[in-house]
Ligand binder design. Structure first.
Ligand SMILES: [Zn+2]
Length: 273
């Protein structure tokens, strides 16, 4: 809503910071008021998805970029193709010039796969920045002294332990591989996905979406164990993910399936308990 005003006036920095602050609070707390500190910096959130951000816009930078476009229009005072091009470049390139650009992240394709459930993508995105509040991070921040994994109770909880090394996660990955009839490395899934592994494009995208869903589900199971001292059975977790992704696929897919993809999905459905 502020884009119209921001394209005409150079809005005071304090107001733009307030706009950013409302957006940031809503992203991390669901309300406009500050409820909790953000896991990932606002600068990172405002980076393009390919650079590891969420593709949001920093209000201050956007205001300056829009004013840049307006200034160029004032300077030329004529409607010309070249002027239109300058306006276009000022608005786009101006915004990117004002922000700090970073390198493209290799996990962007896996994270923002169209078949992913958005809440799965969001938790996966936070996890790829190693910003989920695992117990080792909380201890380093002075927010607690308990470090033992809530699920297995055998080792300290860290990102690597929770998602790759915990007996619970390994069990979940094994069940998911059985259901999908696909072998993939849980600790190197980004490379597996980027290299186009899998027997077909559809099966690769489907498997990627299930894996991103598994990251969400393991984090959810960990929080459930922490709050209720109850461990969700791995097969429940995996069934739930596969059903969610299959339903999402059926709702979105409008084109006929190749026979081997159809057989693969049918076999996976039979394996669903
Ligand atoms: Zn564990």
């Amino acid at each position: 809503m502020h884009s119209y005003c921001a394209s005409i006036f150079l809005i005071p920095t304090g107001i733009m910071k307030k706009v950013d602050s409302i957006c940031r609070n809503f992203l991390w707390g669901g309300k406009d008021a500050y409820l909790r500190s953000p896991n990932v910096s606002w600068g990172t959130c405002c980076s393009p998805m390919e650079e590891g951000g969420l593709g949001l816009q920093n209000a201050s930078h956007w205001n300056k970029a829009l004013i840049g476009k307006y200034t160029s229009w004032l300077a030329t005072k004529k409607d010309h193709v070249w002027v239109k091009w300058v306006n276009h470049v000022y608005k786009k390139a101006g915004y990117h010039w004002l922000r700090t650009q970073t390198v493209k992240v290799p996990w962007r394709f896996l994270c923002w796969n169209n078949l992913n459930v958005p809440k799965h993508s969001f938790i996966f995105w936070v996890s790829q920045h190693y910003k989920l509040l695992t117990l080792d991070r909380m201890a380093r921040m002075g927010l607690g002294s308990i470090t033992t994994c809530f699920i297995c109770g055998l080792e300290d909880e860290s990102h690597a332990h929770l998602f790759y090394n915990c007996v619970y996660s390994k069990k979940c990955v094994g069940l998911l591989q059985d259901k999908l009839q696909m072998i993939f490395p849980a600790d190197n899934m980004v490379k597996w996905y980027s290299l186009g592994r899998g027997r077909s494009g559809l099966q690769r995208i489907f498997t990627g979406a299930c894996f991103v869903g598994l990251t969400y589900a393991i984090w959810n199971a960990r929080n459930h164990a922490r709050l209720y001292s109850h461990i969700i059975a791995p097969w429940v977790l995996v069934n739930h993910i596969c059903k969610d992704i299959k339903l999402r696929f059926e709702l979105r897919n409008k084109s006929p399936l190749k026979q081997y993809d159809k057989d693969w999905i049918d076999n996976m459905s039979k394996a669903l308990i």
